[in-house]
Design a protein around this ligand. Structure first.
Ligand SMILES: NC(=O)c1ccc[n+]([C@@H]2O[C@H](COP(=O)([O-])OP(=O)(O)OC[C@H]3O[C@@H](n4cnc5c(N)ncnc54)[C@H](OP(=O)(O)O)[C@@H]3O)[C@@H](O)[C@H]2O)c1
Length: 312
């Protein structure tokens, strides 16, 4: 099969489109012919070597977590899926198993014509007929995170909400869910129309923060670089982040606001069935032949929303 492959730690420019053996499912696993996969930051961070001490990779490594596809083989003890089922979801590289949640969803890598997944997880589901493979592939990670953010941050209708990193995959998925709040979103001048259509009332430059917001949601800056964002929050307000390192009060020089990480490794805020109701923003769709270019564009170019790779 054709698959994106990293042959060692490095940037996306070092990846190739390789010819690899089709992975076969073992007990509790399913094999899926991938129809579409979308790109997330982790697809680049893991092969970069940033986590090689905690989660060393074996090579060739096939990146890709999010996908939509057709079940082509089912291992022993799998009851939730049958051959021919149209499914979609999210899974992480097997090397990350120790860092994943209680019911980890693991894969051989979705930027490939075939991938194998552990079947017993809330992060795989049947794809509703009205949800296209490209939209289904764009939604899993961003949608799960957007739902977790909404449930955790609980924005109230009249609140002023600052969203840092609104132009990304998570940002463009969460903005429509915040539509009852007064949303101030970061973006470049050319992004303003799209961000407003998604629900932002104001679009600001990356470091042009307002003051006195009720809630700030950080989707991009490292959590230990949030002092300026914290300064934008009113006393008694809240600052939530989805990035690492895990937040500690001394990182923001304030003890009068909530400062917390939003991370849902176990599907506490819903699984794929709930995510299917969300609307993705897709910036571009690439054929598998151009998948390495897609990963490189994701790393090097400003894109608003998700990049999706289609396999046929
Ligand atoms: N906790 C969780 O459960 C969870 C889940 C999913 C993702 N994450 C993490 O959350 C982060 C965002 O994920 P994503 O999929 O949305 O990534 P993404 O698609 O790469 O989006 C990040 C966006 O932020 C923009 N940006 C860069 N620097 C900025 C700045 N200083 N101020 C404002 N915006 C800036 C980027 O634009 P440029 O083109 O200008 O760089 C890009 O549009 C990643 O670190 C990811 O690993 C965490």
């Amino acid at each position: 099969m054709r698959a994106v492959a990293a042959s060692g730690y490095g940037p996306p420019e070092s990846f190739t489109l390789a010819d690899l053996p089709v992975p076969e499912p073992g007990p509790g696993q399913i094999q899926v012919r991938i129809r579409a996969a979308s790109i997330n930051p982790g697809d680049l961070v893991i092969p970069s070597g940033a986590y090689r001490a905690q989660a060393p990779l074996t090579f060739p490594h096939v990146p890709g977590n999010d996908f939509a596809g057709t079940v082509t083989a089912v291992g022993d003890d799998v009851t939730a899926f049958r051959t021919g089922d149209e499914i979609f979801g999210h899974a992480v590289p097997r090397a990350l198993e120790a860092m994943a949640g209680a019911h980890p969803s693991m894969t051989t890598g979705t930027l490939a014509e075939f991938a194998v997944f552990e079947a017993a997880t809330p992060f795989l589901a049947h794809r509703p007929p009205g949800l296209s493979p490209t939209d289904a592939a764009a939604l899993p990670t961003a949608g799960l995170t957007a739902r977790a953010l909404l449930a955790t941050t609980q924005p109230q209708p009249s609140e002023r909400v600052l969203v840092i990193g609104a132009t990304g995959g998570v940002g463009t998925t969460v903005l429509p869910l915040l539509k009852h709040a007064d949303v101030i979103a970061t973006g470049r001048p050319a992004d303003e129309d799209l961000l407003r259509r998604l629900g932002a009332t104001t679009v600001i430059d990356y470091d042009d923060y307002p003051t006195g917001v009720d809630l700030a949601i950080n989707l991009v800056l490292p959590s230990d670089q949030l002092k300026a964002v914290a300064a934008a929050v009113r006393p008694g307000g809240r600052l939530f982040t989805i990035t690492f390192p895990p937040p500690r009060p001394e990182m923001i020089d304030r003890d009068d606001i909530r400062f917390e990480l939003v991370l849902d490794l176990d599907g506490r805020f819903g699984g794929m069935a709930e995510v299917a109701g969300l609307s993705p923003t897709i910036a571009a769709i690439y054929p598998l032949d151009d998948a390495v270019q897609a990963l490189t564009d994701f790393a090097r170019r400003h894109t608003v929303g998700k990049l999706v790779v289609t396999m046929s």
